[in-house]
Design a protein around this ligand. Sequence first.
Ligand code: MN
Length: 424
Amino acid sequence: MTAPFDTHSPDLVSWVESANAPETPFPIQNLPYGRFRRDASEPWSIGVAIGDRVLDVHGAGLCDSPEMVQWLTLTRAQREAQRQALSLALRHGSDARAKIAPWLMPVHELELGLPCEIHNYSDFFIGIHHAANTGRLYRPDAPLLPNYRWVPIGYHGRASSIQVSGRDFVRPKGQVKPAGAEVPSMQPSDRLDFELEMGIVMGRGNAQGDAIPIDEAPEHIAGLTLLNDWSARDLQRWEAQPLGPFLAKSFATTLSPWIVTLEALAPFRKPFVRAPEDPQPLPYLDSRTDRASGAIDVTLEVWLQTPTMRAQGLGGDCIVRTGFAQAAYWTMAQLVAHHTVNGCNLMPGDLLGTGTLSGEGPGQAACLLEITQGGKQPLRLSNGEERLFLHDGDTVTLRGFCERPGRRRIGFGDCTGTVRKARP
Ligand code: MN
């Protein structure tokens, strides 16, 4: 038994050379979990990203099962022990190098799947600037509804249409009723939007009837991903009252392939602060620990590449830069405590979306509805093109990373999707 050591130390380097490149999102301090296969005939197996390689964790003898659900149901102490073992095996000078090396594969030779099987998906609305900016479009006098500062608002999303980064999706059709029209029509959405969100992947679940107390939430959260909640604003406008989003959201959601673990994110935690003039959280949503360290500092970006840019060999424009901690009105632990307070059972691999994480300042609005002020002010792109909403062939990529002085920067890996034209 080796004594625990600091898996976050910026001095740690790996014998996997690509993991030591300053720009890699996956240095030895990260070690995110996902699922890979060599070809479509194979079942998915657990992999850990290290530099430009993926380690077959089960093949290498570092976990008991190739099934992701087995890792998701570990206790926090067991996850931490596995992280220690991985870090020890992959660091420079490791005795395990000869045993581990055959189980490393270049990521470009693999297919990456969704990081786990997702049974249920709930989407929250914790970006207070997004809630205020979109509310203002419809209710200039009262952008935030009276419940917003008391209760984490959410709805039940669709799990079946969540797809892994890199896939295309077909522009949705639906009922729309433009202002001035007498009756609705059925047509392809022409107000297709992205939403920059984070996805919280649940680890161990709770039995139906048992709530997860706020301070136990970290035992039940496996980690974070990037999530794009594609949204058809014209469908949404016509269908959303009185029961909330339905077909405007259920056609596709894109998720990044790697779960960045709570353990890897530990150095980037920061206090959760509720302004004194706001209502303070009810007791089930409040704890000393959550106030001290409930927030996580993640820098978030949205990149847009149009078909013209692709033809011109341009990589795309960064059109949004914001941050998880500055955008979020509620913490991850509050969301888990709230979701289960009525006795709802969460399962391993359940996904909680945060909602659109817009900041307050210029360039920080995290969906086109906000950026274009409801489809009125075009977004100018660097090559002279403009967008109100997404065109066919547009590729949207979400990126995220954590950095802090004295810490190794870690990243999430891309969350990318491309719009295909509507079916006839
Ligand atoms: Mn959303």
